[in-house]
Design a protein around this ligand. Sequence first.
Ligand code: AMP
Length: 543
Amino acid sequence: MFGLMQDRPLLISSLIEHASAFHSHAEIVSRTNEGPIHRCTYGDIHRRSKQVANALTALGVKPGDRVATLAWNGYRHMELYFGGSGMGAVVHTINPRLFPEQIEYIANHAEDQYLFFDLSFAPIIEKLASRMTGVKAFIAMTDRAHMPAADIPNLLCYEELIGAQGSDFAWPELDENTASSLCYTSGTTGNPKGVLYSHRSSVLHAFIACSVDGFGLSATETALLVVPMFHVNAWGMPYAGAMCGAKLVMPGPGMDGKSIYELIRDEKVTLALGVPTVWMMLLQHIEKVGADPKAEAELRRVVIGGSAAPRAMCEAFEDKFGAFVVHAWGMTETSPVGTVCNLLPKHKGISRDERLKLQLKQGRGVYGVELKLTDDDGNRLPHDGKAFGHLMVRGPWIARRYYKDDTPILDAEGFFDTGDVSTIDPDGYTQITDRSKDVIKSGGEWISSIDLENAAMGAPGVAEAAVIGVAHPKWQERPLLVVVKKEGAQVSREDMLNYLGSRVAKWWLPEDVVFVEQLPHTATGKLQKMKLRESFRDYRFPG
Ligand code: AMP
């Protein structure tokens, strides 16, 4: 017997309709490419996203066609999210930090028909336009006065394009499983792979950001989206913002510590979300200028994901801002939210040290994400906080296949292999120890490079640290610690080993420490371990 409830599709257009009906005055604040801070409301985004939908229709875009963006976080990008997906097109967000050849590859692989770009990216478009064979026009996301003087074929002006359209548009009632957006993984090997989200998966995922044990987004929060809209839909926050009417603050091209701090302070940001590399720049800026965020800002919570949150970073946010770090784990294939580290009633009254240890874990599976750990043969491992295994996930916002790729990616039970190695403790807290290919195998045991990096990043004078496994004649592999010092700091190999000596198991101690000017990062700000391993290919441990 079926239930007798209404069957309404979960559509992205319903999010902006809701925002317009109930939160039409809540603000979207954007730092623009043109310079000034721009302010508008969900009411404006609603109206203009319908103009976008009309403009796309006039250009001949049909349901299912791919429309690309190469843009920072900002109100026009948000209009494209709602207008593009709302009218049935698939919004393909391109990561501008990818190599030009990768951008060309994914635009052609996705068969993008139109490409909307921010002014900062005019030089990339100028270079690649002739090789993006299917793109019928390139639309600069600006007004006539700021159009780039670039040699780009079929160049259109965003404000003129949508300005010519009315704001009446009836959103089509799509099947909720219709594709809504497309994001390519910035994998370190092979060609990027496309993850194709649906309206249903995006709306269900947005509920998690708005749940108290998720990111706790609500109409009372002012959320700074440092995480880019070109990387997994800014962790779904534009959708979640519309769902609950939170004020959103968009940093545009200003991703440096100073610009981010100004937005946090001036816009009274209460919740900020981003990857550790950006937070590192913010914290360095605060230290450099001697700012007093506790007195000047209202930040209460910081969501850190994309890479492991180091303990020193959690402490700095707590001590300097009075803000609580919410550690989260996910990936492009998981929309991305998989686990979130919030506390349980049993943690009331635990010491700061115990709590910080807990916050370094990536957290518990949110409703909708099932987790399991397996060994190399696919057998389940216990959730005892000790067994390391392959982290496998299943759920309605987890990919079941890549775009235009028939290779099966699920196991017999329908779980996706995340490529991460993890433990899960009896309370359900996941702790990522490594990417499976980065695990250090020493004398038959596994050493977690993430744990070592976290510990090393707390040492005085250390700006950033990475650990890789290097071949060892006796132990198969041993850890090598690679350190970037803070500006002007004096740190020696012995200082590092002494510092780590009291913090990690003896057999985990790095065999050697080397200092470098900088570490390689991927297009999404993660340490590029493969590149680092390559640059140390000829390295041999002393003795
Ligand atoms: P991407 O698809 O580019 O977002 O990358 C996803 C990968 O980032 C995951 O598979 C993890 O290896 C890593 N990752 C994401 N969040 C965390 C976290 N909180 N701690 C450690 N690694 C993370």
